[in-house]
Design a binder for this molecule. Structure first.
Ligand code: PLP
Ligand code: COI
Length: 342
């Protein structure tokens, strides 16, 4: 059932599905994308032979719309999400959805559901979920002939409990993705592979599982559905993992720029050993849903390594958070091209 905007408690939103009035739907048939349109039906009608159902031929994206102080609505680097969806599409032999059409479709859905973009000052945002899936009658392991591109949206609050409050994570004995597999692509299989570890982590009081590299099981890869970053003890460097099986996080690349250009830090994408956490005074998880979530500590085997504090956010993490969210909500000047008005 469609939720009424006037019934929403904007200050107490979690990260949960909510049905809004409109979503966007476009079909790829006979070798080309047809013109998409808004629809009120939250169900997709899929053929039983659809490759998304059997073989996971599908990819998705995640971005947000932000309400600014003057009441307008804006997007953060949507062209990057469009481009990453094209990269995921290439990896799974799906047709690319054009970048400009992606951005226009996002704007159209956000506008149609504008009453649901949370008020400025609540910290909440409108989460946008684009989806590209292979459909139609198939049974062999081969790419589909037909595809659906869809976008639905919902208001959300913090992904990890408490938002800018440190939470703890755990390293488990599971891999998320292989180096030459699909870790760089935002495809469903990576997330299916993470369910078991995530579930164990949640049941044992952790926010999520941390994944190590799948070859040596030594270097940090992902923090659940977010990238990792650490600030070195001298307060001078922002480091983040480099690996072929990590999702290229748009938030992470934005933080690399902001850390360097606005905070004057040295930045590097490099290998980060799980045995060397002592080099950091602060650590965090970053992503669209996670924004910046300070990492209180990491449990690895018998060790529990605490970073800055188990209860307080570190000063550099806080500065990065203020800069990033300031830009996203329109309070801080954005680097050229980062903000797109709806
Ligand atoms: N890593 C994984 C596995 C993710 O699912 C996400 C979420 O999109 C991220 C990192 C963060 O990426 P971004 O900052 O582009 O949202
Ligand atoms: C995002 O940050 O958009 C993500 O993809 C996280 C999501 C899997 C909940």
């Amino acid at each position: 059932m469609v939720v009424k905007a006037s019934d929403i408690d904007w200050n107490n939103l979690g990260f949960n599905y909510m049905q809004l009035p409109y979503r966007y739907l476009a079909y790829y048939r006979n070798g080309k994308w047809e013109k998409g349109e808004l629809t009120e039906d939250p169900y997709l009608h899929l053929h039983e032979g659809s490759p998304i159902l059997h073989y996971g031929q599908g990819a998705f994206e995640g971005l947000k719309a932000y309400r600014t102080k003057d009441g307008s609505v804006q997007l953060f680097r949507p062209d990057r999400n469009a481009k990453r969806l094209q990269n995921s599409a290439d990896r799974l032999l799906m047709p690319e959805y054009p970048v400009e059409d992606f951005v226009n479709a996002v704007k159209e859905v956000v506008k149609a559901n504008e009453d649901y973009v949370p008020p400025y000052g609540t910290g909440a945002t409108l989460y946008i979920r684009p989806l590209l899936i292979g459909v139609g009658p198939n049974i062999g392991v081969k790419p589909a002939d037909e595809y659906i591109f869809s976008i639905f949206v919902m208001p959300v609050g913090p992904y990890f409990k408490g938002g800018l409050v440190p939470t703890k994570f755990v390293v488990l004995d599971y891999d998320r993705a292989a180096h030459k597999g699909t870790g760089q692509s935002k495809v469903g299989g990576n997330y299916a592979a993470s369910l078991l570890a995530g579930d164990w982590a949640h049941k044992h009081g952790y926010s999520d599982a941390i994944y190590l590299d799948p070859i040596e099981h030594k270097y940090i890869e992902e923090v659940g559905s977010a990238n990792f970053f650490g600030i070195t003890k001298d307060g001078k460097k922002f480091l983040t993992p480099k690996s072929p099986s990590i999702l290229p996080s748009i938030t992470k690349y934005s933080l690399l720029d902001l850390a360097k250009d606005r905070l004057g830090l040295e930045t590097e994408e490099t290998k980060i050993s799980i045995d060397n956490l002592d080099e950091f005074s602060e650590a965090g998880a970053c992503g669209t849903a996670a924004v910046i979530s300070p990492i209180a500590g990491i449990k690895y085997g018998d060790n529990y390594h605490v970073f800055y504090s188990e209860t307080e956010v570190g000063p550099i993490t806080k500065k990065l958070y203020d800069e990033l969210t300031g830009i996203q909500f329109g309070d801080v000047e954005a680097p050229k091209g980062w903000i797109v008005k709806v």
